[in-house]
Design a protein around this ligand. Structure first.
Ligand SMILES: [Zn+2]
Length: 454
């Protein structure tokens, strides 16, 4: 039993209460009480009491679109490479040679970054090959996750990159059997497709049927993403609807190009949207000009946030995602009232939980939910003065103030120290394996400026 007391608690509960001098009581993996410190009385002496006087407690963030494997080659692509050459010239060769060990180490790096920036749950984008091996390390580090396997049938590449519709569906079925529900339900698996013109109607229908059968979600990424691909790869939403694949368990990522009819359809079908602002900006997807995320939210669409990939956004820091989601929309609409910090915090927490069909378990600090909690150090310049905690969180805070993280009631980050993994050893392995992988893929590590020294 863990008691956090005398803290500022941003609950994101139904009434959106912010508790001053609040307390959260954790028993096993659950939150068993939350309220004023004076009212929260543990039934027995807690194993640990955390003095929250200089702490702000938030529900852990939920990142709904992360490519775990690209963290191992993060930052490899220089800015003069055209976006439409990313996949054929760089990413496909890298994915084609990636070993299970490299997938694991890359996932560990991404997980450490998420934990250290306040994210406790994520959904992989559907770019893993050895999902069971990755599930092992995600389970060990202690995160909550939904994992997905590389699935397409209309595009190809070397070796395992080529799949028939039947291959892709069979691999997803095997993944569901081997991975879904592991770690007492903390690790899930969903059919997650590549999207953007790489999947047949048959594969999309098959993925949705598989999801319905197993009572999980399914998703597709890179749907309606880039101006240069607007005609070739854009699948009209009405066409997807005609396939019968849109529903409350459908999650679509990116979604920069939607019109009014699309927004009404997304709301009517209760489709979940993953907005990836940092990837959209860096990939020049025209977010500020074309994005309709405030309108989707106003229409009642559940929009969450995604960090995307090591060469797309280059980070999975939810605080930066929330900052961008808020400020880009304000500027695009010339209206400071658009996308307030309250709204983007909902996107980063409860909407993320909804997108992953986990809103009964996570996304807010409420009695009966899992204890996925993040404690921020208020004795840092970015949090002072603490006049309006949500403004500090979205506009000023950085991951540097994340001090303690609980996932499923387990302390995975304890006063700045990761308890579930040896960080220096991980970084050494990352440096080594990254260079080996890039060399095997036959790609150069380039620099615009002269690199001097050994
Ligand atoms: Zn993506």
């Amino acid at each position: 039993m863990i008691l956090i007391e005398h803290a500022t608690v941003v609950t994101v509960d139904r009434e959106r209460r912010i508790l001053r001098d609040g307390a959260v009581l954790v028993d096993g993996r659950d939150i068993v009480d939350v309220g004023a410190t004076a009212d929260v009385r543990p039934p027995r002496v807690p194993d640990r009491v955390v003095d929250g006087r200089r702490r702000l407690v938030l529900p852990g963030f939920v990142d709904t679109h992360v490519h775990l494997s690209e963290h191992l080659n993060r930052g490899l692509l220089l800015d003069d490479i055209p976006v439409d050459r990313y996949l054929p010239d760089w990413l496909i060769p890298l994915y084609a040679v990636m070993t299970p060990e490299e997938e694991q180490v890359s996932a560990q790096l991404a997980c450490v970054e998420m934990i250290r920036t306040g994210t406790t749950t994520f959904c992989e984008a559907g770019t893993l090959f050895d999902v069971a091996a990755v599930a092992d390390v995600v389970e060990a580090i202690g995160m909550r996750a939904i994992l997905g396997r590389w699935s397409w049938d209309r595009a190809g590449g070397p070796g395992r990159m080529r799949q028939t519709t039947a291959d892709a569906l069979r691999a997803n079925e095997e993944m569901l059997a081997a991975v879904h529900g592991r770690a007492k339900g903390r690790i899930g698996a969903w059919p997650l497709l590549l999207g953007f013109g790489t999947c047949s109607a048959e594969l999309m229908r098959g993925a949705k049927a598989l999801a319905d059968l197993h009572r999980v979600g399914w998703g597709m990424m890179h749907f309606a993403t880039h101006p240069s691909r607007k005609t070739a790869d854009r699948i009209p939403l009405a066409e997807l609807d005609a396939l019968g694949v849109l529903g409350p368990n459908t999650k679509l990522a990116h979604m920069v190009y939607v019109d009014d009819a699309d927004i009404r359809l997304l709301a009517r079908r209760n489709v979940k949207v993953s907005h990836c602002p940092s990837a959209a900006l860096k990939h020049t997807k025209g977010l500020a000009v074309h994005g309709r995320f405030p309108e989707m939210l106003a229409a009642g669409v559940s929009v969450s946030l995604g960090g995307d990939s090591g060469n797309g956004s280059n980070h999975v820091d939810m605080l930066r995602l929330m900052y961008l989601a808020a400020t880009v929309s304000k500027d695009a609409r010339l209206d400071v009232g658009v996308m307030g910090p309250e709204r983007v915090l909902e996107m980063g927490t409860i909407h993320g939980a909804e997108a992953l069909l986990l809103e009964r378990e996570i996304g807010s600090i409420e009695r009966g939910k899992r204890a996925d909690l993040v404690l921020y150090d208020l004795d840092t310049p970015e949090w002072r003065p603490l006049l309006n905690p949500l403004n500090n969180l979205v506009y000023a805070a950085t991951g540097a103030s994340v001090r303690t993280v609980l996932i499923d009631g387990r302390i995975v980050l304890d006063e700045g120290r990761l308890t579930t993994l040896d960080e220096p050893a991980l970084y050494a392995r990352v440096e080594d394996l990254a260079r080996r992988q890039i060399a095997r893929a036959g790609l150069p590590i380039e620099s615009k400026w002269p690199v001097v020294g050994a």
